[in-house]
Design a protein around this ligand. Structure first.
Ligand SMILES: [Zn+2]
Length: 290
């Protein structure tokens, strides 16, 4: 069984158990939900006979201890220990974007590379950084780099302006769609119109790609990645409509040799990268390799 097959097998088994049990149990989200009722609505939490894994939005972790979380009441909280106790199993904890980056690096578009960036465009913008064959496990809020000084306010609890998340997320694309096509439209409609040949939709998605590329170009000048992988629900849906302009903009800002060689490619694991990454985190906890 390949590592990816092992991950998928793990996820399928958990989904199967979660579907079969309505009682709070050691096999599903319900158990920890009772303790942390506001935490888990958008996040992954798995446990199986052998192990458990947790990934969540905007967590900052260090050896499984949560140092801080922008939108969750979990500052300085040892969630791995809590999960280990609750499940009676080895448990791993990781930021969801870091988990996606881990999956794309180990099993997806970044296989075999030593230096890469992974960006996930969804409700927000997440990111992970692999440097010298090592996933950076700390604070890597790539969605909050500034790409437009005095730009639109950042959504959520961030008080900044013109951040990547405010300009290149699915939420930002929703806003563009509503502006062009009315209050019922969303990012999905924007992408659909662009694929049907609507020049304005193509142009506005390219603009989003330009913001993304500005961030990527700046990051390339700091981290010198061999590859930039873009996933997340919106990233996957928009594909080349955003990634093409992003690569062009990134090369415009990047120093040589990235100015001609830097590649921006779609995630191979798609929007499921975070899920596969959570399984990898769980295996790390089981194997003691974290
Ligand atoms: Zn921000």
């Amino acid at each position: 069984m390949t590592e990816l097959e092992r991950c998928i097998d793990f996820i399928v088994r958990l989904a199967d158990r979660a579907a079969k049990t309505k009682e709070p149990s050691r096999y599903g989200v319900a158990h920890l939900n009772a303790d942390l009722p506001r935490v888990w609505s958008r996040n992954y939490l798995f446990a199986d006979r052998d192990l458990a894994a947790v990934t969540a939005d905007e967590l900052v972790t260090e050896t499984d201890r949560i140092l801080g979380a922008a939108n969750l009441p979990l500052d300085d909280y040892d969630l791995a220990a809590h999960a280990t106790e609750a499940f009676g199993l080895p448990a791993g904890v990781e930021n969801d974007a870091n988990a996606a980056a881990l999956a794309e690096w180990r099993l997806g578009a970044g296989r075999g590379l030593s230096n890469l960036l992974v960006l996930t465009l969804g409700t927000g913008v997440g990111g992970g950084i692999v440097l010298d064959d090592h996933l950076y496990r700390g604070w890597a809020e790539i969605g909050h780099v500034v790409v437009q000084v005095n730009g639109p306010p950042c959504p959520g609890s961030c008080h900044g302006h013109g951040h990547l998340e405010a300009l290149a997320s699915g939420t930002a694309a929703d806003a563009v769609a509503r502006e062009l096509y009315g209050p019922e439209a969303n990012a999905h409609v924007l992408v659909e119109r662009a694929r049907a040949g609507d020049a304005l939709a193509v142009e506005r998605l390219a603009e989003i790609g330009g913001f993304l590329g500005a961030a990527i170009g700046s990051l390339a000048n700091v981290f010198d990645p061999e590859l930039v992988v873009v996933g997340g629900g919106f990233g996957e849906a928009a594909g080349e409509l955003v990634l093409g302009p992003a690569q062009e903009a990134a090369r415009r800002e990047a120093l040589a040799p990235a100015d001609s060689a830097l590649r921006v490619v779609p995630a191979e694991l798609g929007a499921g990268a975070g899920l596969v990454g959570a399984a990898l985190v769980a295996f790390e906890a089981l194997d003691g390799t974290r």
